[in-house]
Ligand binder design. Structure first.
Ligand SMILES: Nc1ncnc2c1ncn2[C@@H]1O[C@H](COP(=O)(O)OP(=O)(O)OP(=O)(O)O)[C@@H](O)[C@H]1O
Ligand SMILES: [Mg+2]
Length: 230
């Protein structure tokens, strides 16, 4: 195995069972992601993009196939072990921001660290630092409802970054933003990738958004139908 592989997935399949019916959301996906990659996952609605992201993010497990993260097979781990890996290695950004309401930007950002053994003063400092990375100095004590959509997504990115993950996952991160604000959010991702060498995987429908990616995969019916790399 190439030591540079951050992610290696082999023949991944995910079948959802709903009552008597089975939905084959992923069907034999194999792919590798290297440290420092910026990968865009594209494809029509229902093609399996979020399903794949959930497995990569250790929120879900494949029905069949293998998933190695930093060389460790995670497809067989139990829920607790997956949660630990998730908390240590992976940051998430969602389309709908998923922030706590009536809670400050600082507290939202600090949240992932409250499960760690890091002393409170240090978690505060780290949260301030993450918020400054996304350009939110001066907004730290604003509550979620006192921030614009773009600012809320910046808080979500700061929260995803605060425990220095090796992998940042974003599912339609600009889906709820106007074009200009979306472009600003994409600039943040691009900088994080180029300057901090953070590996980023993002799901998008938008060809403009996927322009920043140097690798792309296109899904259809749970399969990779096209791969592109620069
Ligand atoms: N929890 C679930 N239970 C049953 N079926 C599911 C579940 N989640 C997704 N599916 C089905 O699996 C398929 C892939 O869904 P998925 O959410 O991965 O698509 P997607 O590419 O992210 O679509 P979108 O662009 O609309 O977000 C769809 O047919 C969907 O109906
Ligand atoms: Mg989706």
């Amino acid at each position: 195995m190439d030591n540079n592989d951050l992610i290696r997935i082999e023949n991944l399949t995910r079948v959802y069972k709903v009552g008597e019916t089975q939905v084959r959301a992923l069907s034999g996906i194999s792919y590798r992601v290297q440290q420092g990659d910026l990968l865009a996952i594209m494809g029509p609605s229902g093609s399996g993009k979020s399903t794949l992201m959930n497995i990569i993010g250790c929120l879900d497990k494949p029905t069949e196939g293998k998933y190695y993260l930093e060389g460790e097979e995670v497809s067989t781990l139990d829920k607790n072990k997956l949660a630990r890996i998730r908390n240590k290695k992976i940051g998430f950004v969602f389309q709908t921001f998923n922030l706590l309401s009536r809670t400050t930007a600082l507290e939202n950002t600090e949240l992932p660290l409250l499960y760690s053994n890091i002393p409170r003063k240090k978690t505060r400092d780290l949260a301030y630092k993450a918020l400054s990375v996304v350009g939110l100095e001066g907004r730290e004590l604003h509550r979620t409802n006192q921030l614009s959509g773009g600012e809320q997504q910046r808080v979500a990115i700061a929260r995803a970054l605060v425990n220095s993950p090796s992998l940042l996952l974003a599912d339609e991160p600009t889906g709820n933003l106007d074009t200009k604000t979306g472009a600003e959010i994409m600039d943040i991702f691009k900088n994080l990738n180029q300057e901090k060498n953070i590996t980023i995987i993002l799901v998008t429908h938008d060809p403009d958004v996927s322009k920043i990616a140097h690798k792309k995969i296109y899904l259809r019916d749970g399969k990779i139908i096209k791969e592109e790399r620069e």
